[in-house]
Ligand binder design. Structure first.
Ligand code: MLT
Length: 302
């Protein structure tokens, strides 16, 4: 009997694949495998019984990879399994960054109880004007499973799309629309784009990559969408760039104490993959990977 410990709730669509006579869900330290979503494992004691950790999601920055490597613990993630869910929220964010839907909604909410709502709406709506995205230039940094979907969808919305990725996978390259122009350097994206969406993991080379130098190269009134990880952006530099008018709007799925109070920031509570479909897909993939490793020693993704 193999023991599986879930450090976050994982969709039953995945857990139901664990046959009752072969697997047992435990909450104890003697598990053979761990499954998790966004639980931060850096301070978590990984016991010697653990052979694998399955992240039901793409990013693995919540897992101490070096420690796992030292202990011989295999780490799986589920690239692509939630890509559509994230892409849909990126497209929503793109529109939220452009049209002042959030400002308008909050303003109307403030009219609650007023006897002249309709008249005030007509009078006050001009303060929420925002540009259309049709024909505008969109830069997609990172053309993996999510970035490729975002780039293709932005093309479908009539945007001119410029993509950058030094390590694009064969699968993502094939799935990319011919209308997506591939850029060979980031500076071109910074210099030309009205909208920039970031789709890279946090590694030494990308941490804080959207910083003072990057902002200096960008167009005025640029709109930035970050549903990848907060650490990719230097928050102090962002604050300056917003104050100076360089950045018109920043949409993040990773709010923190600093950005949450900044003007012109739209904070979403890490909802990119929060759809039943994405949660099911990630859980199914993570459980299949875990079973294949525990039973057959196969590493299908790590
Ligand atoms: C991811 O890295 O794919 C997301 O953070 C998944 C999630 O929201 O759990």
């Amino acid at each position: 009997m193999k023991k599986i410990r879930c450090l976050n709730p994982i969709s039953n669509q995945g857990l139901d694949l664990l046959e009752k006579d072969l697997y047992q869900i435990v909450e104890t330290d003697d598990a053979d495998a761990i499954l998790l979503r966004s639980f931060k494992m850096h301070d978590f004691e990984i016991s010697d019984s653990v052979k694998s950790i399955g992240r039901a999601g793409a990013g693995v920055n919540n897992i101490p990879i070096d420690k796992c490597s030292e202990k011989g613990v295999v780490v799986f993630n589920t690239p692509g399994a939630n890509a559509n869910g994230v892409k849909e929220l990126v497209i929503a964010s793109l529109l939220l960054s452009s049209r002042d839907i959030v400002g308008g909604i909050n303003w109307v909410k403030g009219l609650e109880g007023d006897s002249e709502v309709a008249a005030k709406v007509e009078k006050g709506k001009s303060q929420f004007v925002g540009p259309e995205i049709l024909g505008k230039k969109m830069g997609v940094i990172g053309l993996g499973a999510i970035g490729a979907l975002v780039a293709n969808t932005a093309v479908g919305l009539g945007m001119e799309v410029l993509g950058y990725d030094p390590f694009i996978s064969v699968e993502a390259a094939w799935s990319l629309s011919r209308a997506v122009k591939r850029s060979i350097n980031l500076d071109e994206i910074f210099a030309e784009c009205d909208y920039i969406s970031i789709h890279v993991p946090v590694i030494a080379e990308t941490k804080g990559m959207i910083n003072k130098d990057a902002f200096a190269k960008m167009k005025d009134n640029v709109r930035i969408i970050n549903l990848s990880r907060g650490e990719l952006v230097n928050d102090d530099d962002l604050e300056e760039a917003i104050k100076s008018g360089k950045v018109a709007k920043y949409v993040t799925d990773f709010p923190n104490e600093k950005v949450v109070s900044m003007e012109n920031v739209i904070s979403i509570p890490h909802l990119g993959a929060s759809t039943p479909e994405s949660e099911d897909n990630c859980a199914i993939m993570a459980v299949i990977q875990t079973k294949d490793y525990l039973l057959n020693g196969n590493i299908t993704n790590s």
